[in-house]
Design a protein. Sequence first.
Length: 79
Amino acid sequence: VEWYRRAADQGDADAQYSLGFCYHYGLGVEQNYEIAVEWYRHAADQDNAKGQCGLGNCYSNGHGVEQSYEVAVEWYRRA
């Protein structure tokens, strides 16, 4: 997780997605959907398809954001 964080802080979209995934599922860090959404969004804003799908999943399930199938579909389509 430490190396993901270092790369994510430097703007690496894949690392941002991976760090979001770690927070989403509690891998090496305490599970926190809100922080997962933040990292997924950083990756998604750089046109990272995995980040966009991760964000779509959060909206679909209401993890860290208000559940919205419409917003979820928007993110899935971007991916």
